[in-house]
Design a binder for this molecule. Structure first.
Ligand SMILES: Cc1cc2nc3c(=O)[nH]c(=O)nc-3n(C[C@H](O)[C@H](O)[C@H](O)COP(=O)(O)OP(=O)(O)OC[C@H]3O[C@@H](n4cnc5c(N)ncnc54)[C@H](O)[C@@H]3O)c2cc1C
Length: 377
């Protein structure tokens, strides 16, 4: 059968979304917040039943067997329809990417189709209290004992941890090796005995993250994915996908620009400084839009430019919106929420400073900065 062209596919996706978008929760971005989980899961199942889940995944694993260009078209149409394209990107981007690249036949059969159906919902168990940007410094241990690894340690900032039934876990399997060489990557069932998930309250008042504690958890050894002690390579491949996902998900940028352009509506007076800040935001947004239009669907180092630029722009826009709204905006309401939520975007998926390091070293060819033990770049 001839493959449906991207244009034909896109028209079909657009028509389907026009008829079904009202069933979707609001577009929450990359990861479903806990209070929208039921609606997000129902939407994932609707999308799956209609044949729009796993667009570029192989058909034998429940995907549509199309190309990344078809996938990019779906992302674009979802952004235009203002709906989330997937339940959460940890399962449908990161875990799927890891499984397709490193999974055994059994692991692919167990997880890929189930993830597209929304039966397996995933969280990312990477960051720890002492290991974020410097991810290679992680200290959660997984020690082989017969046919199980015994896992002990703690993860933090686990988005959606409490509603996920699976996690992707990076843990230290060879403590005596240099940091990058002693880490392995696991598919981790969240309901094993010895796992405790505790919500973390953010300054917005919401609790979208969790801390996850592991106490003598017996993890079956066949849950290792990729080479033993070679989990750093798996993790980096996965995180490049994450960065690419964030960087290329700029299809909603135009909408953000429109909303920024309306920021001054209904206000009698903007002082010169406020006008200048607004004009700078719109100009910067326009420049990023032009750069986004030159990006392909694949993750590249230039994705760091997009990630940095867009999250900094969103942060500045939230601050300006607060300033324009006056002192009351500090107390409550959507402006206050926006200002409190905005810093998270500059941290998630690699901080702005870390993006600047990547840009300096890999795009501009500047000398590498001294490394302590290695970081997640
Ligand atoms: C919204 C959100 C969702 C998240 N979801 C998840 C999740 O699901 N799973 C998960 O595992 N983690 C998650 N995280 C955690 C995230 O990956 C880490 O917060 C991030 O990697 C930074 O690590 P850290 O918080 O330990 O800060 P640190 O690494 O301790 O950084 C502290 C400060 O030092 C700066 N810094 C650090 N190293 C350098 C350097 N080499 N050069 C210059 N400056 C540097 C940083 O930019 C930052 O300003 C999430 C975070 C956020 C905000």
């Amino acid at each position: 059968m001839a493959t449906e062209s991207v244009t034909e596919f896109q028209a079909r996706a657009r028509a389907w979304l026009a008829a079904h978008a009202q069933q979707a929760p609001r577009d929450y971005g990359a990861i479903c917040p806990p209070d929208l989980f039921d609606a997000g899961l129902a939407w994932q199942r609707t999308v799956h039943a209609a044949g729009f889940a796993g667009i570029h995944w192989p058909a034998e694993h429940g995907g549509q067997g199309l190309t990344v260009e078809h996938h990019a078209a779906w992302m674009l149409e979802c952004a235009l329809a203002d709906v989330p394209p997937v339940l959460n990107m940890v399962g449908l981007v990161l875990t799927g990417g890891a499984l397709l690249q490193y999974g055994t036949a059994e692991q692919k059969a167990q997880h890929l189709a189930a993830t597209l159906r929304g039966d397996h919902v995933w969280c990312q168990l990477f960051s720890e209290p002492g290991a974020g940007s410097d991810l290679a410094g992680l200290s959660t241990r997984a020690e082989l004992d017969g046919d199980c690894y015994i896992v002990n340690g703690q993860k933090v900032w686990t988005s959606g941890g409490r509603y996920s039934n699976w996690g992707i876990l990076m843990a230290r399997t060879r403590p005596e090796a240099p940091t990058h060489e002693g880490i392995s990557f696991f598919l981790f069932p969240m309901h094993l005995p010895g796992v405790e998930v505790r919500p973390l309250k953010q300054m917005t008042g919401d609790a979208e993250f969790d801390e996850v504690f592991f106490t003598d958890v017996r993890l079956p050894a066949d849950h290792l994915i990729g080479p033993l002690h070679g989990g750093w390579g798996v993790g980096m491949a996965v995180l490049t996908t994450e960065r690419g996902h964030i960087g290329t998900a700029v299809v909603g940028l135009e909408r953000r620009l429109e909303s920024m352009a309306r920021m001054a509506d209904g206000r009698d007076h903007l002082d010169a400084l406020q006008r200048q800040r607004l004009a700078r935001l719109l100009a910067t947004g326009g420049a990023f839009k032009a750069m986004a239009q030159r990006q392909g669907p694949h993750a590249t180092t230039a994705a760091s430019l997009m990630k940095l630029g867009l999250t900094e722009m969103s942060f500045d826009a939230a601050m300006l919106r607060g300033d324009l709204s006056g002192p009351d905006a500090m107390l409550a309401g959507s402006e206050a929420f926006g200002m409190l939520a905005a810093p998270g975007g500059r941290i998630a998926g690699g901080t702005s400073q870390v993006q600047r390091n990547i840009i300096g070293e890999r795009l501009l060819g500047l000398p590498r900065e001294p490394r302590s033990g290695g970081d997640r770049t």
